[in-house]
Design a binder for this molecule. Sequence first.
Ligand code: ZN
Length: 157
Amino acid sequence: MRVGIGYDVHRLVSDRKLILAGVEISFHLGLLGHSDADVLTHAIVDAILGAAALGDIGTHFPDTDDRYKGMNSLIFLRDVAAKVRQCGYQIENIDSTVIAQRPKLVPYISEMRARLAKTLDIDVAQVNVKATTAEELGVVGEGKAIVAHAIACLSRL
Ligand code: ZN
């Protein structure tokens, strides 16, 4: 069994969509980034890559590469799941936490889990997403950014 962790942060700005786990969230701000800036999916990608000792999202999908501009990050996730399977691993489970002061993410959690599970080709019971606030502390608490943490457990196929 192998375990990996992932962390990501993106700045909240106007004139961008807010996408988390491939789900478009209704909010007046969105996350800034080269791709769709899906902070939760990026953390999960890094957790999976970490568990397989395959580096990180930046080495696989560099933000200097125009192919990834505005990219749906679920494509990164699907590609990474395929990579670890090629290396002889299967995904046992994913756990994750999104830290956002606003908006309320609870109404979107089940759809996020379903999107992630479908993309990873695993059961929804193998994917967990938790949402919390930063208690109005720091840059996340001030509503300037959203942070995500993830952990992935892989086993040998
Ligand atoms: Zn990111």
